[in-house]
Design a protein around this ligand. Structure first.
Ligand code: G6P
Length: 617
């Protein structure tokens, strides 16, 4: 939620900040702003809308020079998206300026206190309260900016990644983090520094980065070593400079119209990258250090609890089917947001698997904390290397999907399923709950999945034609059974997210208990009807839909003839093992929602009201 960028150094800050904000727009895009220091004054420009709107506006209202600056792209929490509530925010003296990603929960009481001391507020934001609190501490206690920020933050309850500068001290930026991510790019010879919510804004300038941990504050000064301290007690910390693996190509569109389409098409490679080096098919070995080092924990677990949100939760549901069928350990899949607040029964014999593309989702993080407090072992499945969840877990496995920028998750989902399947196969082998023959068969088949995903992608034109027919339907129903029930949920979520069409996913057999009442000749129903797994039953469901004149779009196994006769449209996917079929059946559903959204002229990569990384509750 919200992206922040800061620069201090010898280059012009404006283009770096604008480009950086564009790369971070996936985090929020309802308003944007920038503050630059031109050697004498702070110049501030902000607006409701996207970074392009900010570009237009800033060119009209401020001069764009300066070697120090901060910028923000917002996903509103406190205060509607408008010009005033956009960041950066000034303090009352207009000497300090701040950008903030997060929520200050006790802002109302702090605001009252500051008002009683004469402070006035122009916006409805919690952030303006924080910058004035910093100013109050700075003046009242007569301390330097770094200390003022630290002391102010000790009074704050909530989440934040902030960057602050003072026009009287234009050689430094103060950055701090609690709950929201923050990376500092360290330029050559410390002649320049970058601050950002992730490393993408500075990847072409440096690949040396420091990731702040929760509760840390950094004083960043040109030519000096970064001073890192604990906010709570002021102890000095030695910063760890990490070398980044990210490259520029990975975060650009590479000829595709949208990041989402690029990421859909990247799936054959992404899945290969997920199992590369881990799965040795000929030797029959799966190497996963996170499991090897904790094998007993997994094998002695009473149950596995999977916690996640959004699409990652759907990957968790697929994993439930996969783990229970292969490993024979009971699995529960929980929305992290529910789990954290419902006083769940957790014991030290539970293994909790937290799934998160970003590794930053606030609810998933809180679920992990709770699990750890109760002695459970936490295994993180994340995409973003070095993300908070990957660091807070006891062990884990990365998906290695590469950066996912489209807000609607695609390759993260299929690579999460791939990692979770590898884990289940490895554990099943160690436990002896799978025969040798079955084990090898699954490995061989998993190796073929990338090529089969590529084959599924080749149905794109057929899917586009179907999209053109149904793009104006107000409702869609998605049905699937067994391993493909979560795929139906995910297909419906994709459509909702990017095309704003109401869609529901259901287990096919449950249709009779409600959704069937919705079916008429106008209702498109996407049915996953692949050969393996409940095929006949799903075919009966299709007949029931047909009898009520619903429009049937069926995802079938290549060569299927029976469903072709009764469905209005079929989309073929290659044959595979039932357990691996979600990796293929998901593909046409991603493409269908993509084309419908494009035809409806929706902003595919940045759907309204959503954000990619939800770092607030
Ligand atoms: C947001 C995103 C979804 C994502 C969910 C969980 O809602 O828009 O695409 O599935 O968060 O995010 P995570 O990073 O934890 O997988």
């Amino acid at each position: 939620m919200c992206g922040i960028v800061g620069y201090i150094g010898y280059r012009e800050a404006y283009p770096i900040i604008i480009k950086g904000l564009q790369r971070l727009e996936y985090r929020g895009y309802d308003s944007a702003g920038i503050a630059l220091y031109d050697g004498e004054n702070i110049k501030l420009s902000k607006t409701k809308g996207k970074v392009v709107d900010l570009q237009k506006r800033s060119k009209e209202e401020i001069t764009l020079n300066g070697h120090l600056g901060i910028g923000h792209t917002r996903w509103a929490t406190h205060g509607v998206p408008n010009d005033l509530n956009s960041h950066p925010h000034y303090s009352n003296s207009e000497e300090l300026v701040i950008i903030h990603n997060g929520i200050i929960e006790n802002y109302a009481s702090l605001k009252k206190e500051l008002q009683s001391k004469g402070y006035v507020f122009k916006s409805d934001t919690d952030t303006e309260v924080l910058i004035n609190l910093i100013e109050y501490v700075q003046k009242n206690e007569n301390v330097k900016l770094g200390k003022a920020v630290r002391l102010a933050l000790t009074q704050v309850v909530g989440a934040y990644a902030i960057a602050v500068f003072d026009k009287k001290k234009p050689n430094e930026i103060i950055a701090a983090r609690m709950g929201s991510p923050l990376a500092i790019g360290v330029g050559e010879d410390r002649k320049e520094f970058f601050i950002a919510s992730d490393a993408s804004p500075f990847i072409e300038y440096t690949n040396n980065a420091i990731y702040l941990e929760d509760g840390e504050i950094a004083v960043i000064r040109i030519g000096k070593k970064i001073k890192l301290r604990k906010i709570a007690d002021d102890t000095l910390i030695v910063p760890f400079i990490q070398e980044l693996e990210l490259n520029l190509e990975q975060i650009e569109k590479g000829g595709y119209d949208h990041f989402m389409l690029k990421e859909i098409y990247e799936q054959p490679n992404a899945i290969t990258d997920t199992y590369r080096g881990r799965m040795l098919v000929n030797e029959g070995i799966i190497r996963m250090a996170g499991i090897d080092n904790h094998l007993e924990r997994f094998l002695n677990a009473d149950r596995i609890i999977i916690v996640a949100c959004g699409t990652s939760w759907h990957a968790g549901l697929v994993a439930e089917y996969v783990f229970e069928s292969l490993v024979r350990i009971p699995v529960e899949v929980e929305y992290a947001s529910e789990f954290r607040y419902r006083n769940p029964v957790i014991s030290s014999k539970d293994v909790v698997i937290a799934i998160s593309q970003s590794g930053e989702t606030a609810d998933t993080r809180a679920a992990i904390q709770l699990a750890k407090q109760n002695g459970a072992f936490v295994f993180g499945v994340c995409n973003v290397v070095g993300s908070t969840i990957s660091r807070e877990s006891d062990a884990g496995a990365y998906t290695h999907a590469g950066p996912e920028i489209g807000v609607a998750s695609t390759k993260a989902f299929t690579t999460q399923i791939t990692v979770l399947t590898l884990m289940a196969l490895k554990l099943a082998k160690a436990k002896g709950s799978i025969s040798n023959e079955e084990y090898h068969l699954h490995l061989q088949e998993l190796e073929l999945i990338p090529a089969k995903v590529a084959e599924a992608l080749a149905s794109d034109e057929n899917i586009k034609a179907i999209a053109a027919i149904y793009k104006d339907s107000p409702n869609f129903l998605y049905l699937g059974r067994g391993f493909n029930f979560p795929v139906a949920l995910e297909g419906a979520l994709k459509l909702k997210e990017i095309s704003y069409i109401h869609a529901e996913g259901y287990p096919a057999a449950e249709m009779k208990h409600g959704p069937i009442a919705l079916i008429d000749e106008k209702m498109p129903i996407v049915v996953i009807a692949t050969k393996k797994g409940h095929y006949e039953k799903v075919v009966s469901n299709i007949e029931e839909i047909r009898a009520r004149k619903g429009k049937i779009i069926a995802v079938v196994t290549k060569g299927d003839v029976d469903v072709r006769e009764i469905a209005d449209h079929v989309i073929e996917v290659p044959d595979t093992l039932e357990l691996l079929s979600p990796l293929l059946t998901t593909i046409p559903l991603q493409l269908l929602s993509y084309h419908i959204a494009v035809m409806r002229k929706c902003n595919v990569d940045q759907p309204r009201n959503l954000a990619k990384s939800v770092t607030v509750e």
